[in-house]
Write a protein that binds this ligand. Structure first.
Ligand SMILES: O=C(O)CCC(=O)C(=O)O
Ligand SMILES: [Fe+2]
Length: 244
């Protein structure tokens, strides 16, 4: 736990030490978080904040004009952030400016557990052959493998998006291309494994922070209805000591 007594530099040191101990998922309460100070402090420690389409600090709130699920407060299914980057953000920080009614949690699933949680063993073999086609805000499509190796530890992790279509890799032997039914079964099995393995269901209070490894964990938002007063800030971190 951390509080206002730490300087921003000490805060950055603390979280970069803590995150490894906590398996890449860290919750902090009652943080006096100043995004601008945080961004400049990170640079001293060989890390940086990378921007999304709305700048270095994104506000996740309900907006009138929504071309992205970050601009809503209703359900947002399992996803990896920043899939349009060649190298996706290493970590994501979510900070609660206002919990709204406090009934809309963000949930997290540890994708290192997917393989052993699949009901059908052949699903894993199929998932290995699949790619995500992520449709960006501009309509451009970015292709990514669905399974990836984490650069630290080399474990298999899953990336997903809510605005994607999934299909077979094209550079495999035609005889190995999974059938449409196999793809459908494997993806259904994957979602079931994720839904059954939620490791954190975070109901927000003001000044909470959750920091998570964007490769290890998929995250999602569960909502019963729109919440116009809920407001999170989202920052994407790149650590320059992680191999690509
Ligand atoms: O609102 C939330 O709970 C999560 C938001 C999110 O995942 C995003 O903006 O990428
Ligand atoms: Fe997200």
């Amino acid at each position: 736990m951390i509080n206002q007594l730490l300087s921003t530099d000490d805060f950055v040191i603390h979280i970069s030490n803590e995150i490894a101990h906590q398996n890449g998922l860290l919750k902090l309460y009652k943080v006096d978080f100043d995004p601008d100070e945080f961004i400049s402090s990170l640079k001293k420690f060989n890390m940086e904040v990378i921007s999304s389409s709305d700048g270095l600090v994104s506000k996740v709130i309900e907006r009138e004009k929504k071309d992205d699920l970050s601009q809503t407060t209703t359900n947002f299914d399992w996803h990896t952030d920043g899939l349009y980057y060649d190298r996706i953000p290493d970590y994501v920080i979510l900070f609660c400016n206002h919990p709204g009614r406090g009934k809309t949690p963000t949930i997290f699933s540890d994708t290192r557990d997917v393989k052993r949680n699949l009901l059908d063993v052949s699903s894993w073999q199929t998932l290995k052959k699949l790619v995500l086609n992520y449709i960006s805000k501009t309509g451009k499509v970015y292709q990514k493998p669905l399974l990836n190796k984490h650069p630290i530890g080399n474990q298999s992790v899953v990336q997903l998006g809510s605005r994607v279509y999934i299909g077979s890799q094209l550079d495999i032997n035609l005889g190995n291309v999974p059938t449409c039914r196999e793809i459908n079964t494997a993806v259904q099995d994957l979602y079931q494994a994720l839904d059954n393995n939620i490791c954190l269901r975070h109901f927000w209070s003001k000044n909470d922070i959750v920091i998570f490894d964007n490769r290890t964990y998929l995250h999602a938002r569960i909502a019963e209805s729109i919440d116009r007063s809920r407001e999170l800030l989202r920052l994407w971190i790149r650590t320059n000591n992680v191999e690509k």
